[in-house]
Design a protein around this ligand. Structure first.
Ligand SMILES: Nc1nc2c(c(=O)[nH]1)N[C@H]1C(S)=C(S)[C@@H](COP(=O)(O)OP(=O)(O)OC[C@H]3O[C@@H](n4cnc5c(N)ncnc54)[C@H](O)[C@@H]3O)O[C@H]1N2
Ligand code: MOO
Length: 395
């Protein structure tokens, strides 16, 4: 049985970002940069005014000074030049006219006909946004591995970048197995349960930037399982839920073998999720997730999503854990790193405090529904006291 860290390193080993494609900025949110993106222009692109008012020569202006208005400059409109004793009416965003070196804002003026009277003095440069004071043409605005967040998109759009190169979106094929599975909305039947893993795994994968295709649930039958897996192997990642344990109706591992998927590991020292299986065929990454709902959530969060992030080009692919502390004593069980279903409540200092729910178990979706995620008690840590620092997996 592998420890979690070792297993994750085996999953990530050798994965490279998928081949890049060019996408327009409005479709790039959340995608990852494949090639450096540079500013096409300076920002601001020209000297311009931050205020509505009058473009003036600072040396001409003092309380009571009278200037002749020689024009009206709108944002995006024509410009002109001003000389001694002159001013140009100007709107926020318009280019500073030649000859002007400050803006007298409209609140500090009175206007009569072609004459503006100043009620204040101005210093050189007042209310002028200088060309290039923010960004210079050619500056690197995004580097490979950067996620295209809203702030980055803002910089790129303003700097004249229309398209970005990003790894294509990973395709994830999902197969749920189990003759006991009922689709949502079906009437209850003896011995059957409602299928929930596909909804949950799909949500997690989509939120992390993958594209999911799902086949209809597969009964516990070798040939059906094999055929579904063969189809699923066309994707970048294949996830099969259920049937990876040691029961006589667990057909997934033999079906992987029949399809030529090479096993990298089976079983990880985590709870829930121990019988997690990982292998590869060619470039396709293949995960066999234990069928228990919480095992599937944990396995997806800590193994599948890091692999997905690397395929989509992210620099930071590690599971998204945050530091927190235990609200009450807790510890691992079965000598496995244990994910304790927990309410996560911020303390006065802002640190999240984990309160494990009374009900714990890989089938406890009701308890999970009342929680905010998991507190992680590492195997071998023994019983941890209240206040102990732990990693949290927020959901
Ligand atoms: N003799 C042993 N038996 C088991 C072991 C073991 O070490 N020795 N491990 C147990 C652990 S731990 C887990 S986890 C499960 C994993 O089993 P499988 O991956 O083969 O999963 P299934 O048996 O198909 O399902 C387990 C459980 O989850 C329910 N299930 C399955 N799919 C779904 C779904 N899509 N939505 C909701 N619930 C699902 C299923 O009905 C079972 O109750 O093996 C233990 N056994
Ligand atoms: O690993 Mo299983 O997920 O303990 O129930």
């Amino acid at each position: 049985m592998k420890d979690f860290d070792e297993a994750l390193a085996l999953v990530l080993d050798g994965i490279e970002a998928l081949e890049p494609e060019t996408v327009p900025l409005p479709r790039a949110e959340g995608r990852v940069v494949a090639e450096e993106a540079h500013a096409a222009i300076d920002l601001p692109p020209f000297d311009r005014t931050a205020m509505d008012g009058f473009a003036v020569r600072a040396e001409d202006v003092h309380d009571g000074a009278q200037l002749t208005i020689v024009g009206d400059l709108a944002a995006g409109g024509d410009t002109l030049s001003i000389g001694p004793g002159q001013a140009a009416r100007i709107s926020t965003g318009a280019a500073i006219p030649d000859g002007a070196d400050a803006i007298l804002k409209v609140e500090d003026t009175t206007v009569a006909g072609d004459t503006v009277t100043a009620a204040a003095s101005v210093r050189t440069g007042l209310h002028i946004r200088r060309r290039g004071e923010d960004v210079h043409a050619g500056d690197v605005l995004a580097r490979p591995g950067d996620v295209l967040t809203v702030p980055r998109l803002s910089a790129l759009a303003s700097a004249g970048v229309a398209t970005v190169s990003v790894p294509r979106t990973p395709r994830v094929a999902l197969i749920v197995t189990g003759s006991e599975l009922l689709p949502p909305g079906a009437p209850p039947e003896p011995g059957k349960i409602y299928e929930s893993n596909s909804l949950v795994v799909t949500s997690l994968v989509r939120a992390a930037g993958g594209e999911v295709t799902q086949q209809p649930p597969i009964p516990d039958d070798f040939e059906a399982t094999r055929a579904a897996i063969e189809e699923g192997l066309k994707a970048d990642i294949l996830i099969v839920s259920g049937g990876v344990s040691v029961g006589p109706h667990d057909h997934v591992k033999p079906a992987f073998e029949a399809c030529g998927v090479e096993e990298v590991f089976w079983r990880v020292r985590i709870k829930p999720g121990k019988p997690l299986w990982f292998g590869r065929r060619g470039k396709t990454l293949v995960f066999g997730l234990p069928g228990n709902p919480l095992s599937a959530i944990v396995g997806t969060s800590i193994f599948v999503l890091p692999a997905l992030r690397r395929l989509r080009g992210e620099a930071n692919v590690q599971p998204r854990l945050v530091k927190g502390r235990l609200g009450e004593p807790a510890g691992p069980s079965d000598n496995r790193t244990t994910f304790l279903i927990s309410k996560l409540v911020p303390d006065a200092d802002g640190v999240l405090v984990a309160w494990p729910t009374e009900r714990q178990g890989s089938h406890m979706t009701g308890a999970l529904g009342e929680s905010d995620g998991f507190a992680i008690a590492p195997h071998g840590s023994g019983s941890l006291p209240a206040g102990a620092e732990v990693d949290l997996l927020r959901l």
